[in-house]
Design a binder for this molecule. Structure first.
Ligand code: HAM
Length: 424
């Protein structure tokens, strides 16, 4: 036996046992997105590196140290997408979708960031995200927050906190940034290495520092909410009024800044206390300048993304068990002459009953071993087809979950029994 070449650190296999919760999450989110008028868009996993550098920001953690970047065989620098917004904007501009009436789009798939793997943080992870173009808000901002709240409730995750903030416009943020840099410079001796490094490049990110020694300084820092331009102030106020009217509980957190540079005005995050350091399960915000920045017409936009692994972990840890769908029936084949008729019968049953989950024994085996496989498959019924039954156009059926006697049925009776099993 050769030595196994193992999978890559931070890249997970999602095994069949975990899949019921994954499917539940994906189906629930998709249905709610559809109900709010979003259409699916599928985007490539790879884009040109310059696109992410320009759109996410050169001095963000993602662009500086987390991207999977490589040269293709022509020497062009490409990057595995670290998130979905940028590719979605690129596709919308490229295909002229923004001339249409206020597109609402959603997407899902794997994203890649070279982060230090730990619980809730992986190098390949999955997001479902959505973007709305052409609506300046604040109504759609509030609606998006309400929709994400609905999604989390539908998943049974009621115990989450919502934080919101406004990052203002590019202009008001530049003024605030200057004020913030002045403040941190006055306390330069209290800054840790990371903060000193960020001071000139991306000082707002200092507000997001997890360092214990910095918390006092950060708490006293000037608040972005007190340095907003008039229109941004009115915007966030309107967002909160709509949320208040809908009885949503939230915290207005002036220190909520996001890890991507494209945001303007409203930003929000849903967090859980049950995930340790990686508590954010859903996050997003407005990015009114991004479409133009990457070569499209000036277009206001807002979006969010959820981390599927984090949602799945929360649901699994809540003790919720979602059953794996098992077969309705398992077809046991007795004797070589019954093999071809068994596959014919199986296909006929599948034609008649499209929802039927039927497993046909393959690879032969004694009657006993086939019965064992039938039992292990979790199927409700074992259908037994032996050569003599083929001639009589009958099958034997044993209820594997009940002690009832074995039945001898015609094909039509079998189909009726299975139809009841599917409905039940
Ligand atoms: P983000 O905050 O970078 O935003 O990621 C969104 C969510 O993806 C996070 O809240 C988290 O649940 C999940 N996530 C991020 N990194 C990891 C990781 N390494 N492992 C597991 N889960 C992770 C965005 O990506 C923006 N594109 C959201 C957006 C859309 N803003 C506007 N439109």
């Amino acid at each position: 036996m050769g030595k196994l070449i193992q999978g890559i650190r931070g890249f997970n296999d999602i095994l069949p046992d975990a899949y019921p919760i994954w499917r539940f999450v994906e189906t629930t989110l998709r249905e709610i997105l559809q109900a709010y008028g979003y259409q699916e868009i599928r985007l490539p996993a790879v884009e040109k590196t310059v696109l992410f550098a320009r759109a996410i920001g050169e001095v963000t953690d993602i662009v500086e140290k987390e991207m999977y970047t490589f040269a293709d065989r022509n020497g062009e620098s490409l990057t595995l997408r670290p998130e979905g917004t940028v590719g979605c904007v690129r596709a919308c501009v490229e295909h002229g979708l923004l001339h249409k009436h206020q597109p609402r789009l959603w997407y899902g798939g794997a994203m890649f960031r070279y982060e230090r793997p730990q619980k809730g943080r992986y190098r390949q992870f999955h997001q479902i995200g959505a973007e709305v173009f052409g609506v300046p808000g604040p109504d759609v901002d509030a609606e998006m927050i309400l929709m994400t709240g609905r999604m989390l409730r539908a998943l049974g995750l009621a115990d989450l906190e919502l934080q919101i903030n406004s990052l203002g416009t590019a202009g008001s943020r530049a003024d605030y940034r200057e004020r913030l840099v002045g403040y941190f410079r006055r306390h330069h001796e209290l800054l840790d290495d990371d903060a000193r490094r960020r001071l000139d490049m991306n000082p707002l990110r200092i507000l997001d520092s997890k360092s214990q020694s910095m918390q006092g300084l950060i708490a006293q820092a000037p608040s972005i909410l007190e340095h907003l331009d008039e229109a941004s102030r009115a915007h966030i106020q309107r967002v909160t009024e709509i949320l208040d009217a809908a009885l949503v509980t939230y915290t207005l957190n002036p220190r909520l800044v996001r890890g991507l540079d494209y945001y303007t005005r409203t930003v929000f995050e849903w967090t859980s206390k049950d995930l340790g350091a990686q508590g954010t399960v859903c996050a997003g915000g407005r990015y009114d300048g991004l479409v133009e920045q990457i070569g499209g017409p000036p277009t206001p936009a807002i979006g969010f993304a959820t981390g599927i692994e984090r949602l799945v972990t929360l649901i699994a840890e809540s003790g919720r068990v979602l059953p794996t769908p098992t077969s309705h029936a398992y077809l046991v084949i007795v004797g070589e002459e019954a093999v071809a008729p068994a596959y014919r019968l199986a296909e006929e049953l599948r034609d008649r009953l499209p929802a039927l989950r039927l497993q046909v024994n393959s690879g032969g085996g004694s009657f006993k071993s086939q019965f064992k496989r039938a039992d292990r498959s979790g199927a409700r019924y074992a259908i037994i087809l032996a050569a003599e039954e083929v001639v009589a156009a009958r099958v034997s059926v044993k209820d594997l979950r009940d002690d009832a006697a074995q039945l001898s049925l015609s094909e039509a009776e079998l189909a009726a029994l299975l139809a009841r099993c599917i409905d039940g």
